[in-house]
Design a protein around this ligand. Structure first.
Ligand SMILES: Cc1cc2nc3c(=O)[nH]c(=O)nc-3n(C[C@H](O)[C@H](O)[C@H](O)COP(=O)(O)OP(=O)(O)OC[C@H]3O[C@@H](n4cnc5c(N)ncnc54)[C@H](O)[C@@H]3O)c2cc1C
Length: 571
């Protein structure tokens, strides 16, 4: 299906009305997860040879469905993935997979051969091209079975209307039999709670960088504070440097930054703890002992045998202890004198409770790069991060859908936030870029922990007990938590009506194994499905491109077939 054909469904007035002759499905939000839903539904439908006329209406405000806004194809290429190429595959990996369903690496070999390194981290824009291509391919495959309409508008509300679901935009509404809501981050936005700084000196959000961090918004030569020290801060720092014509060159094994002159005078990140995100391993550079596979398998088995629901005691004694034991066992393979489970636990306690100064932060970042590139042997932070990555699928299985008691969630969240830093950090290349920027003084980590922002009409400054520094501007690089919904979006509207609810205040909305809302005050939420970030915790770690970790979309697609069959019999 061509873009021109896709555009034909643009007008909300074209949208299909309820009909007894046609089954209607709406997909609200078509980033990666909306694409996965479309593909799963189409595949399962084709396998069942159901002779039912179906209209699918896709609501997606951004230009390229499949890519959505996060993988927008027109964003600059210095914004890179935090997920290696080999892990990205928009298709379900199954035996009967057609040859035309290419994984990212196969697709890169054809379209961007210089990027087709399985261990590499591609620009997000390139991954967006891939995802949009996959979307067009699915549309092409289903064009004879279904009518697919694209509506490039934001949905504002989804509500029950008798036996149907009413999906509304600001301009219009349609009635559908089934609706699947995959709005992910709900577009670019800032958290509700921000420091009270006037808008002239405060940039609320980093994305899209072309607009938010343009030369006009952040003029060269200014001193810029950046709130937050996670992955978004790295994107902000690169946008203000590499994005302004500076470049990184390799000199005697080190990465060095050559400024363009258009950078800020200084970029000063500030955060509560200064704990950095550590580099992901470069597998081809590290020597990974073959015995590690058995260690991860055994650890995963132990975790999968823990009886649900898991209370706080069992979380510490069985789950967390297993992660520590697996990390220690892995280190013991590399060196018999390596750290034990107890010393790794002590290290983690130190990490979790310390505020790091700039020197320590830089050391930890550099060490993580050295381990990732195989220059030094694996250490405690690497082993813990690797254990978390490897045991994560088992963790998902035992925690999802109420596996962890409510009282155990604060303990789990405490661990999870640190393990994000150790296990799911940036590629080593990006940590090296930040280190290179620090070396030439463009990035200044003096306020990386424990700093507060003080502002009055005349000045803006970062303050610690030992230090203070005037800044001209502040950029917020903290994105809203999964629990913070967009106030004028469909998720907030469904929550207010009691269609979505959560019984456990530490996690996202409750859904079952097919993505259907549970604990809803509406007795009949049949036909409504919600996937993605807003269900975080009920479904652990689902804000990812991975299709392999979570079975819920496949379960939903399989469950819609009996619904379609019974609808057919009734009509
Ligand atoms: C800056 C950034 C970098 C990331 N990098 C990685 C990475 O390297 N690897 C990784 O695995 N994950 C990464 N992630 C996580 C990322 O969210 C997931 O990879 C993936 O995008 C989730 O897909 P999704 O479809 O659930 O959500 P999204 O990608 O957020 O897609 C949701 C879609 O819904 C649309 N939408 C929103 N509101 C409405 C509405 N009201 N009506 C209609 N449509 C709507 C949006 O336009 C969007 O296209 C990153 C996230 C961010 C923010």
């Amino acid at each position: 299906m061509s873009d021109a054909q896709l555009a034909s469904g643009d007008s909300a007035t074209d949208l299909p009305r309820d009909s007894h002759s046609t089954y209607s499905l709406a997909i609200v939000g078509c980033g990666p997860r909306g694409l996965y839903c479309l593909e799963s539904f189409a595949r399962v439908f084709a396998q069942q040879s159901l002779a039912v006329p179906v209209v699918i209406t896709i609501f997606e405000p951004s230009r390229d469905p499949g890519a959505g806004n996060i993988y927008a194809v027109d964003q600059p290429h210095f914004l890179r993935m935090n997920y290696a190429n080999e892990r990205i595959d928009a298709w379900r990996d199954c035996q009967e997979r057609p040859k035309s369903n290419l994984s990212l690496v196969e697709w890169l070999e054809r379209h961007h051969p210089t990027l087709a390194n399985p261990d590499g981290y591609s620009p997000r824009a390139v991954v967006g091209e891939y995802l949009h291509d996959c979307f067009l391919q699915v549309c092409d495959q289903i064009s004879e079975s279904f009518v697919v309409k694209i509506c490039r508008q934001k949905v504002t509300n989804v509500e029950r209307l008798e036996s149907m679901w009413k999906v509304s935009t600001e301009q219009d509404s349609i009635l559908v039999h089934d609706v699947v809501v995959t709005v992910g981050h709900e577009g670019w936005r800032a958290p509700a709670s921000l420091p009270p700084v006037d808008s002239k000196r405060f940039i609320k959000s980093v994305f899209p960088v072309d607009r938010q961090l343009s030369m006009a918004c952040v003029p060269p030569g200014r001193r810029v504070a950046v709130r937050g020290f996670g992955l978004t801060w790295i994107d902000a720092a690169l946008a203000l440097t590499e994005g302004r014509g500076g470049h990184f060159v390799r000199q005697q094994g080190a990465l060095c930054y050559k400024p363009s002159g258009a950078e800020p005078a200084a970029i000063l990140p500030y955060s509560r703890t200064g704990r950095p995100m550590l580099a992901k391993p470069v597998k081809t550079r590290m020597t990974i002992p073959s015995q590690w596979d058995e260690i991860w398998k055994d650890g995963s088995r132990q975790i999968s045998e823990v009886t649900r629901p898991i209370d706080q005691g069992a979380f510490w004694e069985k789950i967390w202890k297993q992660i520590l034991d697996s990390a220690a066992a892995a280190l013991q393979v590399t060196s018999p004198n390596a750290e034990t489970s107890a010393t790794i636990s002590q290290w983690f306690e130190w990490w979790r409770t310390s505020n790091f100064d700039s020197r320590l932060t830089l050391n930890l970042m550099q060490q993580s790069v050295d381990v990732a590139l195989g220059r030094i042997p694996p250490n405690a932070p690497f082993a813990l991060g690797e254990a978390w990555r490897q045991l994560y699928p088992a963790l998902i299985n035992c925690i999802n859908h109420g596996g962890l008691c409510e009282e155990a969630w604060p303990a789990f969240r405490q661990i999870e936030v640190e393990m994000e830093r150790l296990a799911f950090g940036p590629p080593a290349e990006n940590v090296r870029r930040i280190l290179a920027l620090e070396k030439v003084g463009v990035v200044d980590l003096s306020f990386v922990s424990g700093a507060t922002l003080a502002s009055d009409a005349a000045s803006l400054r970062l303050v610690t007990p030992q230090n203070r520094s005037d800044v001209d501007l502040v950029i917020n690089a903290v994105i809203p938590s999964p629990l913070e919904t967009r106030s004028n979006g469909p998720i907030a509207a469904m929550f207010q009506r009691g269609i979505l609810s959560r019984q456990n205040r530490h996690i996202g909305f409750d859904v079952d194994e097919k993505g259907g809302p549970t604990a809803s005050t509406h007795s009949d939420a049949a036909g409504l499905t919600v996937f993605g970030r807003v269900t975080d915790g009920c479904i652990l770690g689902n804000d990812t491109l991975s299709r392999q970790l979570h079975p819920e979309i496949e379960n939903w697609a399989a469950s819609i077939v009996p619904r379609l069959s019974s609808w057919k019999q009734r009509n």
